[in-house]
Design a protein around this ligand. Structure first.
Ligand code: ZN
Ligand code: ZN
Length: 263
């Protein structure tokens, strides 16, 4: 690595229904937020960042759904990486974490891993006790919230204070309505405990505009969204809100992005 190192580096290794994992590196700490891929796939995704499984400090689970937790137990067993989750998530993940090194945290009670400060906050989603994370390191704040059906004032406070926001922008309402998905599934996605639409993400980001942030839109649906549509919807709402010019990035459906320098 050459040149001036950023205070913090975030790499979206995978994002979408096929699997989610985000690497946050700072001060020698390497946190993996979710591990919804096989250990081999995580290892391959880490390689361009020069990181091996054994270099990970911890895995943080947002919730137990397979696309977020699938590889956590196997990585922990193979590379002795501790898996952090709240007790309800660790229990719901069940056999997938057998033999893993697990550490419980309490939602709303901040904790430290190495020199990194972490706050887990509740989000509405159809899982046991789903959370988002605000990770503070080297004077920078990163808020990660994927898999949530609606937004509220407590999320807004995290979004407003972040230097980098990774936020779900799952579907375009028009595309979802005309897609081949059965209605029960469309209703689940659109519910307050499902997923955020491009318009939902745009509204939350516009409401909290003001501070200069980078925004990375994530967990885009392959069937019901387009990268350009998500990005343009959010960009337009931010421009109308008249806040500082946020950089807006979007991860392609079931794609990856990074590294994003924060700082
Ligand atoms: Zn998911
Ligand atoms: Zn989920």
């Amino acid at each position: 690595m050459t040149g001036t190192l950023a205070a913090c580096r975030v790499t979206v290794l995978a994002s979408g229904s096929a699997g989610n994992a985000i690497l946050v590196e700072s001060n020698g700490d390497r946190l993996l937020v979710d591990a919804g891929l096989s250990p081999d796939a995580v290892e391959r995704a880490l390689a361009p960042a020069g990181v091996r499984l054994v270099d990970l400090s911890a895995i943080l689970l947002t919730h137990e759904h397979e696309d977020h937790a699938r590889g956590a137990g196997a990585i922990s067993r193979a590379a002795a990486v501790p898996v952090y989750g709240n007790p309800a998530t660790l229990e719901a993940a069940g056999a997938a974490l057998a033999g893993a090194v697990v550490r419980a945290f309490e939602t709303r009670r901040p904790f430290e891993i190495g020199r990194t400060h972490i706050a887990a906050f509740p989000v509405p989603h159809d899982a046991a006790e789903p959370v988002g994370f605000t990770i503070e390191t080297a004077g920078r704040r990163i808020t990660i919230a994927t898999d949530l059906g609606s937004t509220d004032a407590s999320l807004d406070a995290h979004l407003a204070a972040a230097d980098l926001v990774v936020l779900e922008s799952n579907y375009d309402l028009g595309l979802l309505c005309v897609s081949r998905y059965p209605w029960f599934l469309k209703n689940r996605i659109m519910s307050g405990r499902g997923h955020l639409s491009n318009d939902d993400a745009a509204r939350a980001l516009a409401r909290t505009a003001g501070r200069r942030r980078a925004v990375c839109l994530a967990h885009l649906s392959e069937a019901n969204n387009l990268t350009s549509l998500a990005r343009d919807t959010v960009r337009a709402a931010l421009d109308r809100a008249g806040g500082a010019a946020d950089a807006v990035l979007a991860v392609p459906p079931n794609g990856r992005r990074g590294p994003i320098a924060v700082g």
